[in-house]
Design a protein around this ligand. Sequence first.
Ligand code: 5AD
Length: 351
Amino acid sequence: MCTFAKMKSLVDILETTNSLDGDQLAALLTTRDTDVVDYLHRRARTVAQMHYGTGIYVRGLIELTNICRNDCLYCGIRRSNTHVERYSLTTDQVMACCEHGYRLGFRTFVLQGGEWGDERAGWIADIVAEMRHRWPDCAITLSLGEHSREVYALWRDSGADRYLLRHETHNAAHYAQLHPAEMSRGHRLQCLRWLQELGYQVGTGIMVGSPWQTVDHLVEDLQFIASFRPAMVGLGPFIAQHDTPLGHHPNGTIDMTTRLYSIMRLMLPGALIPSTTALATLAPEGRLQGILAGANVVMPNLSPGEIRAQYALYDGKAHSGSEAAEGLRQLEAQLATIGYHIDWSRGDCRF
Ligand code: 5AD
């Protein structure tokens, strides 16, 4: 059998069995045959459409704060970056974002921010409870880092439905290279298990092309995600931020990120897979390439315009145009060019 036929059959096996062994996954991640990669994307796109049609879910992203107790080596809002002007939205500002977003049509809000100590947990719970009360038909997603089981339970009881916490890398040694000594992969995974036990729809994922990442790491990540079965899989390219210790490392690529979207789509056909802001940051058409590789969610920014530049996780982060909620018409038009449209429903995953 010629190599193309062999590689194509790997894609077919992945589609029918939702799994491959490590060597086979590595082969799909590294093949230079663009016909194989096109075929992979095409199958993933077809599977995404079987589950979700040509509708793309939108989530309104509210960047609650850039204050963070952590010091992750890749992240622009790490605590030792003294070049960042720190902010935290007020409760009123969050409600104003939601009100604006609701009028635009959003039915999911994502509160994302740096990680705070538990002394602010009560305040977050109050915000969630107020959102739940005012917008009972909306899904509330939190993305606020690692906390105790009790804090996660408090937020869940206050009305939060979903939680996003990327594991970043499943390999313990690689995790240690990207994070300060006080953080551990073990604790990150513990948090993910707690969230799942508490009944959150959980999202996890990685940065693609992070420093020192190998193909073996990616295979390990794919296998972990497939076994964990999150509702959402967030995969975005690593993008250097110049004020961080990893600011001189090369960025991840669109090619590797979209291959991972497609493989993940075939491993977990009903999962929610966002075409991430980081992908859109690498190239203007990145967002659409992600969708054509099997992604089915985008997360426009609903944060107040004046703070967006301060939530700079990485250089060049897209925060206007179709990345902003105001750019929804532009997003609609872009999606239309590839035969897709916005689906305004809450957009729960279809497992
Ligand atoms: N490049 C790309 N993504 C990043 N994140 C943090 N820093 C960077 C960076 N430099 C991602 C992490 C985190 C999410 C909120 O943002 O994966 O989980």
